[in-house]
Design a binder for this molecule. Structure first.
Ligand SMILES: C[S@@+](CC[C@H](N)C(=O)[O-])C[C@H]1O[C@@H](n2cnc3c(N)ncnc32)[C@H](O)[C@@H]1O
Length: 227
């Protein structure tokens, strides 16, 4: 793997945000879940504490907790300053200010960091990256991918998106991806063609509106798999 930590901006969301972004019901949280590209999010830590079975996969997990923490500390103020500059791209309703955003993200990433070493030993944090995952077919009942696919449409091309979604559908019975916008709060340039390719491949794609919107216009997820 040639993943470089200094090229990535670790930024992790809370458990409650995952529940809202993916419209997770209590029954969903009892399923075998893969969190793909979870990075320093708190979802795995909190779900695990509540008895859930979440495995997170991310190229970042080849690094130690101390290395990831150092990188978070290095970029934290810069990300908030960038958010302040692009304030108009966000809905400041649930999260009221950049300062509150900082506290929320910090709390989520601290939650991740305090769980990381035990999670590595329990194989709940596994180093790996799309478009190829080292899991057997249908290992998971549900795969979630937050703020990676579609968001970085400028960096990852259409074929990467199609291959990655096929891979997620291979390892999980159902897949949910959020958001469908790319950086700059624009609809992803790859969404329509990815959707059509998924339709042709018989992956049963559907777009579902959810009760979460922080990046303006980002309130829809792509669901795949038989209902
Ligand atoms: C913006 S963060 C999102 C973190 C988390 N999902 C959340 O919503 O809080 C994007 C994550 O994607 C991960 N990533 C980068 N390349 C990846 C790949 N090829 N496959 C899976 N994850 C990748 C990064 O390491 C990073 O943790």
């Amino acid at each position: 793997m040639s993943f470089s930590l200094d090229k990535v901006v670790p930024w992790g969301r809370s458990f409650d945000e995952y529940v809202a972004m993916f419209a997770l019901e209590p029954a969903d949280l009892r399923r075998r879940i893969l969190g793909c590209g979870d990075g320093p999010a708190a979802f795995n830590a909190v779900a695990n504490r509540a008895g859930g079975g979440v495995v997170s996969v991310d190229p970042m997990y080849e690094f130690s907790g101390a290395q990831i923490k150092q990188r978070i500390d290095d970029v934290f103020d810069g990300v908030l300053a960038e958010t302040e500059r692009n304030k108009d791209e966000f809905v400041w309703q649930h999260i009221k200010s950049v300062r509150e955003l900082g506290s929320m993200r910090k709390a989520a990433m601290d939650e991740f960091l305090s769980d990381y070493d035990s999670g590595l030993k329990e194989y709940r944090y596994v180093a790996g990256e799309l478009p190829s995952l080292a899991f057997m077919d249908h290992t998971f009942e549900l795969a979630l991918c937050s703020h990676f696919l579609f968001l970085y449409s400028e960096l990852f091309d259409l074929q990467f998106h199609i291959d990655s979604i096929n891979e997620l559908c291979r390892v999980a019975e159902e897949v949910r991806i959020f958001p469908l916008t790319e950086l700059g709060a624009r609809p992803s340039r790859h969404l329509k063609q990815t959707f059509d390719a998924c339709m042709q491949a018989g992956l049963h794609p559907r777009i579902v509106t959810v009760n979460y919107e922080f990046q303006k216009g980002a309130n829809r997820m792509l669901c795949l798999g038989k209902q």
